[in-house]
Design a protein around this ligand. Structure first.
Ligand SMILES: *Cc1c(COP(=O)(O)O)cnc(C)c1O
Length: 401
């Protein structure tokens, strides 16, 4: 079965079929599950018989979506044409998945190496609650592999944590090189694959040990539900310690939102193709616009990560950013004039989302610190949607006039 076919189908073998023959995955809106007899209940609780028990532990709707996500992330990476066997755990949000993964993989007193430009809330998680558990994080430039190796040599590191492409300059990091370095020093590599989805990039192909997503973004694809997934190839680890993190901290997903995610997944390849097509044509158009100083998009041959992204990804994604020559004032003016695109900070929805970090998401961050991470005053970030590209272009043109 191909990637697109896995996305489109809900059941992969007759054993998976719903008891009533439902064609579409049912929403199992129940907190608990019943047993026909005391003997059955005992067998289930003893672990001799596999069955659902309680929805914080697992639920048939959630399990079906986890199965699909594992097939997609491991697609074609196993023996022959098979998927690499993976275990996926679905969570209530991307942050629930990321925090469960970090706490399961990095022990108290442990050490993480990452870059300074990862998702802001993940930075906060590492710097505050994890720091309070004695977990330290070194933020460095993950392009500079000698520097990364030096850090690994000087510390007992448990995890390299990477996002690629990342905000706001659409940096591309070398997953194979980072996996090799991590493994050389007995550390693991975890990749936040939210910006790509498994359709564009499969980190397990390049040696990653763990993948996390905010499914809120491209995987759901419609802006209708929060969610997160944590996938791993060490299945005994995932089904014991990983599963325990979800069961004990209670960051589980729910049947409704898992179902909305599954619905979105059905069109993932079609959507990603169109996100990429639109982003590429807007990047080319912006590049020659007189109000624009610089465009960040890995699909442009001038981008520093163009060749690497070409090897590591199927296509260059739907996120672009660009810098207005007029700086802060031009950015604020542009946001006021935007009519067609939506003024907000998330990503991966059917409509185009636009933000000006210096006056919106990062307004409280001192200018000098913003600059350090490439969030210059004139920087505009866009999650390019599925609309006709002419409509997006027309809106940007009138707003930049
Ligand atoms: C949104 C996002 C997250 C956090 O996910 P939530 O679903 O909002 O908890 C993590 N990483 C990246 C790259 C994101 O874009």
């Amino acid at each position: 079965m191909t990637f697109a076919s896995i996305c489109a189908h809900d059941f992969f073998s007759p054993q998976d079929y719903d008891a009533h023959g439902a064609h579409i995955l049912p929403i199992h809106q129940t907190s608990t599950f019943i047993y026909p007899s005391a003997r059955d209940a005992m067998a289930v609780f003893r672990g001799e018989k596999s069955s659902f028990i309680y929805s914080r532990w697992s639920n048939p709707t959630i399990a079906a979506v986890e199965h699909k996500l594992a097939l997609l992330e491991g697609y074609g990476l196993g023996d022959g044409q098979d998927a690499m066997p993976l275990k996926a755990l679905l969570f209530s949000s991307g942050m629930a998945a990321i925090s469960a993964m970090l706490q399961a993989v990095v022990p108290p007193g442990g050490h993480i190496v990452t870059s300074g430009n990862i998702y802001g809330t993940t930075v906060e998680l590492m710097q505050h609650p994890l720091r309070a558990q004695g977990i330290t994080t070194t933020m460095t430039d993950l392009h500079r592999l000698e520097e990364v190796e030096k850090i690994l040599k000087e510390n007992t590191t448990h995890l390299i944590y990477v996002e690629t492409p990342t905000n706001p300059t659409i940096d591309i990091y070398d997953l194979a090189a980072l996996a090799a370095l991590a493994h050389k020093y007995h550390a693991k590599l975890a990749v936040d694959n939210t910006f790509s989805s498994p359709y564009l990039q499969q980190p397990f192909k390049w040696g990653a040990d763990f993948v996390v997503h905010s499914t809120t973004k491209y995987l759901n694809g419609h802006g209708t539900a929060l969610g997160g997934v944590w996938l791993g190839k060490d299945i005994p680890f995932m089904t014991t310690k990983g599963w325990q993190m979800r069961k004990l901290f209670g960051g589980n997903s729910n049947a409704q939102e898992a179902w909305l995610l599954n619905n979105g997944l059905k069109t993932l390849p079609l959507r990603m193709e169109q996100h990429c097509r639109n982003a590429r044509s807007l990047a080319l158009w912006l590049q020659q616009h007189p109000a624009v100083a610089q465009v960040h998009y890995a699909g442009l041959p001038s981008h520093q990560g163009h060749a690497l992204a070409g090897r590591q990804m199927r296509d260059f994604g739907g996120m672009i950013s660009f810098v207005l020559k007029g700086g802060l004032e031009a950015g604020k003016k542009m946001m006021d004039k935007i009519k067609f695109c939506s003024l907000t900070s998330s990503l991966g929805t059917p409509d185009t989302l636009i933000t000006h970090p210096a006056s919106m998401t990062h307004v409280k961050v001192p200018a000098a610190q913003r600059e350090q991470f490439g969030i210059t005053d004139g920087l505009i970030r866009m999650s390019v949607g599925l609309e006709s590209v002419e409509d997006i272009q027309e809106d940007l043109a009138q707003a930049m006039e």
